[in-house]
Design a protein. Structure first.
Length: 242
């Protein structure tokens, strides 16, 4: 293989690899985290199609094929928004545990073994079947657990205790880089962040691995050396280190 051929091959591999990444991104996050049957098939077939030029000629055909599959995936995703079609494409949730008892018929119908189900339930924090009111096998393949009232975690409301709103922890620094858009969402600015970092003994964000704003104005910083610093340590569930 000559130099030109090698260069062409490298360029070809770069193009189809980039196309595969873009195609997968266009499928959406659900295609990565929660696979439906057509999500899985689209990803597998796109990978097969875009790999063709690496073993034979046909870059344009591969790109067109990947584009067509993305369009088909979008079409099926839109069709799945309609109730009757969704039932055909994805199916419906299936009860696999009811009032603490296994629904064996549904397990067999979905080719789910008792050992598999028990492993899933344990990983969800429910090792005992009698703690479960219902467990449903969702169309996306996950198992949703609805614990009985006496087995669910106790909340401050159950105990009549006051609790403080903590809000969404918006990351304002990630790996030393300031996230200006999240600062704006938290209604803060760069000057506020620099002031809070200075209060924590940090002259610049380069030492910060992850920092977030806890409602309403508490900055919590996880440093790259493994220590944690916070503007209001009493709000945390652990003791920050300096």
């Amino acid at each position: 293989m000559g130099f030109v051929q090698i260069l062409v091959y490298v360029l070809q591999a770069f193009i189809v690899f980039t196309a595969a990444i873009l195609a997968t991104r266009l499928l959406g996050k659900s295609a990565i985290v929660q696979l439906t049957p057509f999500d899985l098939m689209a990803i597998v077939i796109i990978g097969t199609v875009v790999a063709e030029p690496l073993v034979q000629d046909g870059t344009i055909g591969a790109l067109l094929g990947a584009g067509l599959l993305v369009l088909l995936h979008v079409l099926f995703s839109r069709l799945a928004l309609y109730g009757r079609i969704n039932k055909v494409l994805l199916g419906e949730p299936t009860i696999v545990v009811k009032h603490g008892r296994l629904v064996v018929e549904n397990l067999r119908r979905n080719n789910l073994s008792v050992a598999q189900l028990l492993a899933i339930l344990r990983s969800s924090g429910y090792p005992y079947l009698d703690d479960i009111e219902f467990a449903l096998l969702e169309p996306i393949g996950q198992v949703s657990v609805l614990p009985r009232d006496g087995a669910r975690p106790v909340s401050p409301d159950d105990l009549g205790l006051p609790h403080t709103y903590r809000g969404l922890p918006l990351p304002v620094v990630l790996d030393g880089i300031v996230k200006s858009e999240n600062l704006a969402l938290a209604r803060k600015d760069r000057a506020w962040l620099e002031k809070e970092l200075d209060r924590l003994g940090l002259k610049d964000p380069s030492r910060v691995l992850y920092a977030y704003v806890e409602h309403p104005d508490t900055l919590v910083a996880h440093l790259k050396d493994g220590t944690v610093r916070a503007g209001r340590p009493e709000r945390l569930h652990y003791t920050p280190e300096r």
